[in-house]
Design a protein around this ligand. Structure first.
Ligand code: BTN
Length: 325
């Protein structure tokens, strides 16, 4: 209820116009004092809301919020069919991946959760994922995958490709992939993927596919520990997050269905065209060990191929990270 009222107030302010405390209170069905508390909570999320005596509250800049109907309409337009599973769209959550994990048993394959911000966003290798309000995409999808554990390294590459192709459609040029599934433009990270495996029955594996895309990060994000960029910087224009989410979902469904039937092979060439290290020197780090080689693309199941001392070696998933050599 709290959350719902806060959302009503946020939606009423989204267009950047003044709204009086009384008006907001009537819309949300709460007192003016409660409105003031909700506004404080929204400010704590990083929203720039100010108040003027006699006029009410106003957002410094209008914002384009996530709206479930808009995501569904954009998906329908893109794919010609309605979204086949449920959508949970919220202003704030700990982590969209955690939400899917916690609700796995009530969800159907394809169900998604997306949020305006995350209080405990997670990245790969135990890192946190900085998640400021309405400035990125934080999206998780549940996927029940029938291919068994052995093909999961390929799965994570295919997810990277889906996100890269959705960014390409937006008009961003030069989108590249860094094995296994980081997404870069000009060697700066624009999106990341965290796939979590939640157990299996026979060959059926429950996967949580988490996607974070930097759309328009605030100027003052200084907590990201690697070179990064965002969609608005690359495009020089505003980006509709609802449409971008729909396009990511469109590619995810297309590619994951093909992957389930035919594996990684149909995607090998497509992936190598986007490989940031194809025929380039790379350094592979696994714990304390490092190996230098030349990137030779990927194997049929998505293993990273490196030429090391004149020999081609394959490296599989796990906690490996790749750097320019
Ligand atoms: C990486 O380290 O590159 C992976 C980042 C993944 C971030 C996304 S945002 C949505 C989903 N929820 C999370 O807590 N993490 C993923």
């Amino acid at each position: 209820m709290m959350q719902k009222n806060r959302n009503i107030i946020l939606q009423a302010l989204a267009d950047g116009q003044f709204r009086s405390g009384t008006e907001l209170g009537e819309l949300a069905g709460v007192t003016r004092t409660a409105v003031a508390k909700h506004v404080d909570a929204l400010k704590a999320l990083g929203l720039d809301i100010f108040s003027v005596r006699g006029k009410g509250y106003k957002l410094a800049q209008p914002i384009n919020l996530l709206v479930v109907d808009k995501i569904q309409a954009a998906f329908q337009q893109r794919s010609g069919v309605a979204y086949p599973a449920s959508m949970h769209v919220v202003p704030l959550i700990d982590s969209t991946n955690t939400y899917i994990k916690d609700h796995l048993y009530n969800l159907e394959s394809g169900a998604i959760c997306t949020a305006e911000s995350q209080s405990a966003g997670r990245g790969r290798q135990g890192r946190t994922w900085v998640s400021p309000f309405a400035s990125s995409i934080y999206l998780s999808m549940y996927w029940r995958f029938a291919g068994g554990y052995q093909t999961l390294s390929g799965l994570s590459l295919v997810v990277g490709l889906a996100v890269a192709d959705a960014l390409d459609d937006l008009g961003i040029s030069g989108v590249q992939l860094k094995w296994p599934n980081d997404i870069y433009v000009n060697m700066q990270k624009i999106a990341g993927i965290l796939i979590e495996i939640e157990g299996s029955v026979g060959d059926e594996v429950d996967c949580v596919i988490g996607v974070g895309v930097n759309v328009q990060l605030p100027e003052n994000v200084d907590t990201i520990d690697q070179p990064f960029t965002d969609c608005v910087t690359q495009l020089g224009q505003r980006v509709d997050r609802n449409t971008l989410i729909a396009n990511i979902l469109y590619y995810l469904h297309q590619y994951l269905n093909t992957f389930s039937l035919h594996g990684m092979l149909p995607f090998k060439e497509q992936w190598e065209r986007r490989d940031a290290f194809f025929h380039k020197p790379v350094m592979l780090l696994a714990g304390q060990n490092s190996i230098s080689g030349i990137g030779m693309g990927i194997g049929e199941t998505g293993a990273l191929l490196l030429q090391v001392d004149g020999e081609i070696k394959a490296f599989h998933g796990g906690e490996i990270s790749v750097r320019a050599g």
